[in-house]
Write a protein that binds this ligand. Structure first.
Ligand SMILES: C[S@@+](CC[C@H](N)C(=O)[O-])C[C@H]1O[C@@H](n2cnc3c(N)ncnc32)[C@H](O)[C@@H]1O
Length: 289
């Protein structure tokens, strides 16, 4: 049922017009540029899966000897070739229009960059694409695997009281939030609770299944859950820090809001497959005491 709706959504293939939103986002651009500067050695070979306009391949080409940039959407592959040609150092970038689920580079690479990221690891195929890539890469070239940018992801969930009033019209609809912007429509009822972590160079999960208890810190109407995904783009061990980028937060209204008091405990459960459409995430939230 859910899978049959997928072709009606924007899904994993983001039309050209939406790429401006990604190019203009300073948090995303700065974090990826810094991570690439850290992770891509001079003279190395880089593969980018899901190249879009080619910007991350451009960053990589300032250091790498060769960059293979793979993009499935023909309109974007063509745009990437045209835009890259306007920028210095990009004679080292080769754009291929192909599905990242099938593609392998002609020779081993040092770094793989993949930004098919969406909160919850939903909608875009980041996790299944990289799981498939790792399996096929090891079959063709053997170990070691390349370094991955991002290196890991960390996911959390938070109970909130969300205003769904739009000019007097009550509409509890899902929404995305800019993590760096104030959110006057959202009142946090507890701290975020971690539900999943994974490293791209280890076995990747096929799904996300979680059941846990959350103790509420405030009174209010629990009418939505906020989902938070932190992408750890690069871990700089020597400096004991990482370069991180948060996907947009997802606010998901609950079918049955609960009136809660500080100290109440709620049981939260959900299960979905990595890369599923957002509609596949249907959490159950029950008051325990
Ligand atoms: C979130 S955009 C990021 C684009 C670019 N890397 C950037 O950072 O600006 C993800 C890109 O991956 C492409 N994509 C999605 N699924 C793909 C697949 N299976 N194979 C190749 N490209 C894919 C989309 O068309 C889109 O251009």
């Amino acid at each position: 049922m859910i899978a049959s709706h997928e072709h009606l959504e924007l899904g994993q293939f983001i039309p050209f017009i939406y790429h401006h939103n990604m190019l203009v986002d300073p948090a995303r651009m700065n974090a990826f540029r810094d991570a690439i500067d850290f992770a891509v050695p001079f003279g190395s070979r880089v593969l980018e899966l899901g190249g879009g306009t080619g910007v991350l391949s451009f960053f990589s080409a300032q250091r790498a000897a060769k960059v293979w940039c793979v993009e499935r959407n023909p309109e974007l592959a063509e745009a990437a070739r045209r835009l890259l040609a306007m920028n210095p150092g990009t004679e080292r970038v080769e754009v291929t229009q192909a599905d990242a689920f099938d593609y392998l580079p002609p020779e081993p690479v040092d770094v793989v960059i993949c930004e098919m990221l969406h909160v919850g690891m939903l909608r875009e195929k980041q996790v299944p694409v990289l799981a498939s890539f790792k399996r096929r890469y090891l079959e063709k070239f053997g170990a070691p695997l390349p370094r991955f940018v991002p290196e890991a992801f960390i996911q959390a969930v938070q109970p909130v009281c969300q205003s769904f009033d739009f000019g007097g019209y009550h509409a509890p609809v899902p929404s995305l939030q800019d993590p760096s912007a104030p959110q006057p429509r959202t009142r946090e009822l507890a701290q975020p609770v971690l539900f999943q972590t994974a490293c791209y160079d280890e076995a990747l999960p096929d799904d996300c299944t979680w059941q846990g208890e959350i103790i509420l810190a405030c009174d209010g109407q629990l009418n939505a859950l906020r989902f938070i995904t932190k992408n750890v783009l690069a871990i700089i061990e020597a400096e004991q820090r990482s370069i991180d980028w948060f996907s947009q937060y997802l606010i998901l209204p609950l079918a049955e809001p609960l009136s809660v008091l500080a100290g109440d405990r709620v049981s939260v459960a959900f299960s979905y497959t990595m890369g599923d459409p957002i509609a596949a995430l249907t959490p159950s939230v029950k008051l325990i005491s």
